[in-house]
Design a protein around this ligand. Structure first.
Ligand SMILES: [Zn+2]
Length: 482
């Protein structure tokens, strides 16, 4: 099967940088791009992209494949020990209240909904650091069905996090030390790496820096080497984590990971906000940014989520200037990698008080070629002969943009995932006209809504103080009683 995309503003690749080719043509043969330029070569199917942007598919380095119902609780108005709490707000259950694992249908629904949302918003490649527990054969089938390229294996850790009856968080060593989890992840990678025509890709997911003891991290590094895959972990994501690592190991998060041997060119750290030099930290020792740059470690930067929590990495530009490879992830809804570029740019400017900072080219690179580099893939994140045919077509002729002077500046400053019309992964159109070519969008949304409502209605059963969602995160306005 050959597909030709004609007439759009193409974001091509010069060999060194993205370059704009107005009114060009892209030829896709099988799962790869075979030609880009001005000729119209014969093809089985032609997609007319006149007036549209033909962009490399984006790389979203942070999508948890679950319903993420806790996202609405992350700005917990009642929490006095917030400490940039992040997942602690909703993710640390009361041990005694730990519920039975969710039924397979709801696990499958969460996976399908999150992965599809990210894809629909323009991410052709997704890094999934883990969703709910569940069957792994099903996971692979869902990736095949949705059609995204997904880096995943089930997460594991040596320590669990719980909340006690007074609302205090604590860590507890697991009896199994997290080893069966690592084993399960390695088995998954051995069995499924490359499945679904290369859409399923392995990556090890030791869950968070402070929930994995040094020996588990060392074994992770060895396993990653043996399996030939990368590593993702959450690090420097909240101050509670920093306190835990500092008080247990006498060093901050990035130093801790470096000493455990997990930093390197195939490692991605999610968030990496609270590192030496951050204005909220009273820790004037070492240079964690240099440690990241020297080891070639990448960061999966998620600025929107941190802005919600009144926090920011300081700053996207400073990390780039220090030589750190920066990719972008959404983590929280709307899983919109296009809008995330804008958050990355604006928040970096605010942090640095520099209106000319974090230019469009940088954040676009982060969402494309730098994200690909983080995953060790130079055949992703660019449109070039030999690269995988992972492409999105975006309509820039909407009222959002005004008359667009430069397509990339326009996309970064004004764009959103809803403007993505067509998503091609591995040479197959998996979204057309803004809808999946493979699943029923409306049915998926309706099912997800019903499942999320059930989870919120049952929230008091799992909350440490038996509180409702409305108590934790009050509604914007009261509802009229009818
Ligand atoms: Zn995460």
């Amino acid at each position: 099967m050959t597909i030709r995309i004609d007439g759009g503003t193409i974001v091509g690749w010069s060999g060194a940088t993205h370059e704009i080719i107005d009114g060009g043509s892209v030829l896709i043969e099988g799962d790869s791009v075979s030609y880009i330029g001005s000729e119209r070569r014969p093809a089985d199917r032609v997609i007319d992209a006149a007036g549209k942007l033909v962009s490399p598919g984006f790389i979203n380095l942070h999508v948890h494949s679950q319903l993420n119902v806790g996202d609405y609780l992350i700005t917990d108005a009642t929490k006095k020990d917030y400490l940039s709490a992040n997942f602690f707000v909703f993710g640390a259950p009361v041990k005694e209240k730990s519920a039975a694992p969710p039924p397979p249908e709801s696990v499958a629904l969460g996976r399908r909904y999150a992965l599809y949302s990210a894809l629909r918003n323009g991410a052709t490649t997704i890094l999934d650091p883990g969703g709910g527990p569940g069957n792994l054969d099903d996971y692979v089938e869902i990736v095949g069905q949705i059609g995204a390229r997904v880096f995943f294996s089930p997460p594991y850790r040596s320590h669990d996090v719980f909340t006690d009856a007074q609302g205090r968080h604590y860590y507890e060593a697991r009896e199994d030390g997290g080893r069966p989890g690592l084993q399960r992840a390695a088995d998954f990678i051995r069995k499924f790496n490359g499945a679904k025509n290369g859409r399923v890709q392995g990556i090890l997911n030791p869950a968070q820096a402070e929930t994995c003891e040094p020996s588990l991290l060392k074994e992770t590094a060895a396993a990653a080497k043996e399996l030939g895959v990368g590593i993702h972990t959450h690090a420097a994501g909240n101050l509670r984590e920093l306190i835990e690592i500092l008080y247990t190991h006498g060093k901050p998060a990035i130093e801790y990971l470096a000493d455990a041997g997990v930093l390197g060119a195939k490692t991605i750290l999610g968030h990496t906000v609270f590192i030496t030099g951050h204005s909220k930290l009273d820790y004037p020792f070492g240079d964690e940014l240099k440690l990241l740059a020297d080891t070639g470690t990448s960061v999966g930067h998620c600025p929107h989520k941190y802005a919600k929590m009144a926090n920011a990495a300081e700053s996207f530009d400073r990390y780039v200037d220090a030589g750190v490879n920066m990719g972008l992830g959404t983590d929280t809804y709307p899983l919109d990698i296009v809008a995330e570029m804008r958050y990355a740019s604006l928040i970096s400017r605010l942090v640095d008080k520099k209106y000319y900072g974090a230019r469009a080219a940088r954040v676009f690179n982060a969402a494309t070629v730098w994200g690909a580099k983080a995953l060790g893939r130079d055949d992703l994140g660019k449109i070039a002969p030999g690269a995988k045919a992972d492409i999105v077509i975006v309509n820039l002729r909407t009222t959002r943009y005004g008359p667009a002077r430069d397509p990339i500046n326009a996309l970064v400053e004004y764009g959103c995932g809803a403007d993505v019309e067509t998503v091609i992964v591995n040479g197959e159109a998996v979204v057309e006209g803004g809808r999946s070519t493979r699943i029923d969008d409306e049915k998926l949304f309706a099912e997800a809504e019903a499942a999320a409502k059930r989870a919120w209605d049952n929230w008091p059963k799992r909350d440490w103080a038996g509180r409702s969602v409305e108590e934790i995160n009050p509604p914007a306005f009261p509802t009229r009683k009818t």
